[in-house]
Design a binder for this molecule. Structure first.
Ligand code: AP5
Ligand code: MG
Length: 207
C-alpha cells in the first residue's frame, strides 16, 4: 500500500506512520526525519537546510523532491510506503504524481490550539527517533527514552515562534493539497484529536 500522510505540524503523522508501517510491514519515510538526520551528521545537505528548518520554513522543492524520490527508488519501498510530511507544496505533489501513483492520502485534522499543545510538550529521542509527549505519551522515566535509554531533547522548531511560522506555512503551502487529493478521489479525513489508540483504529478502519 502506498500512502501519503497529510496534516498540520504536530497532528500525529509521525506517531501514526510508525505504528502503521510496523503493522503492515511497509516503509515509513519522513522527509523531516531525513533532514534532521542530515543536520545531525553535518552533511552538505544538513548544513544547507539547518537554518530553514529551525525557523520552521520549507526546504526548497528541488532539494526535497530529489531527497524523497531518491528514497522512494530504494528496493525496500517495493512492498509499499507511508510518506509522512511529503508532499507539502503543489509543486511537490505534481512531482510525486509523475514519479509514482499512491493509493490514498490520509489527512489528519487537528485544531491550531491542539497543535500548539502537542508540539510544546513533544520530546524526541535523538538516538532512535522515538517520540513522546510530557502529558499525552510520557516516557516511563521523565526525559529518558523508553526504547534506548538516551536523554530526550526538544526539537528546535518546537519553540513557539517556529510553531507559529510552521502553522502559517502549512496554511499557505500545504492545505491546498487537501483539494488536490480530494479531486483525485484519494482523500481520507481522520479526526486526529482523540487519544493515539483511537486515532490509530480510525486510520486502520478508513484504509
Ligand atoms: P516534519 O518533521 O515533517 O514536521 P511537521 O510536519 O511540522 O510535523 P511534526 O513532525 O512536527 O508533527 P507530526 O504530525 O509528525 O506529529 P507527531 O507524531 O510528532 O518537518 C520538519 C521540517 O522539515 C519542516 O518544518 C520543514 O522545514 C522541513 N521539511 C520536511 N518535509 C518537507 C517538505 N516536504 N518540503 C519542505 N520542507 C520540508 O506528534 C506530535 C506530538 O503529539 C508528540 O509529542 C506525540 O507524542 C503527540 N501525539 C501524537 N498523537 C497524539 C494523540 N493522538 N493524542 C495526544 N498526543 C499525541
Ligand atoms: Mg513528524
Amino acid at each position: 500500500m502506498k500512502l501519503i500522510f497529510l496534516g498540520p505540524p504536530g497532528a500525529g503523522k509521525g506517531t501514526m506512520a510508525k505504528r502503521l508501517a510496523a503493522a503492515r510491514g511497509i516503509v515509513h519515510i519522513s522527509t523531516g526525519d531525513l533532514f534532521r538526520e542530515a543536520i545531525a551528521n553535518k552533511t552538505e545537505l544538513g548544513l544547507e537546510v539547518k537554518a530553514i528548518i529551525e525557523k520552521g520554513g520549507l526546504v526548497p522543492d528541488s532539494l526535497t523532491v530529489r531527497l524523497a524520490t531518491g528514497r522512494l527508488a530504494a528496493p525496500d519501498c517495493g512492498k509499499g510506503f507511508i510518506l509522512d510530511g511529503f508532499p507539502r507544496t503543489s509543486a511537490q505533489a505534481e512531482a510525486l504524481e509523475k514519479f509514482t501513483a499512491v493509493d490514498a492520502a490520509v489527512n489528519f485534522e487537528l485544531s491550531e490550539a491542539e497543535v500548539v499543545r502537542r508540539l510544546s510538550g513533544r520530546r524526541l529521542c535523538p538516538s532512535c527517533g522515538a517520540t513522546f509527549h510530557v502529558d499525552f505519551m510520557p516516557p516511563k522515566t521523565p526525559d529518558v527514552c523508553d526504547v534506548c535509554g538516551k536523554a530526550l531533547v526538544i526539537r528546535k522548531d518546537d519553540q513557539i515562534e517556529a510553531i507559529r511560522n510552521r502553522l502559517a506555512v502549512y496554511t499557505r503551502e500545504t492545505e491546498p493539497l487537501i483539494s488536490f487529493y480530494g479531486e483525485r478521489g484519494l482523500l481520507k479525513n481522520v479526526n486526529a484529536a482523540p487519544a493515539p489508540d483511537e486515532v490509530f483504529a480510525a486510520v486502520r478502519k478508513i484504509l
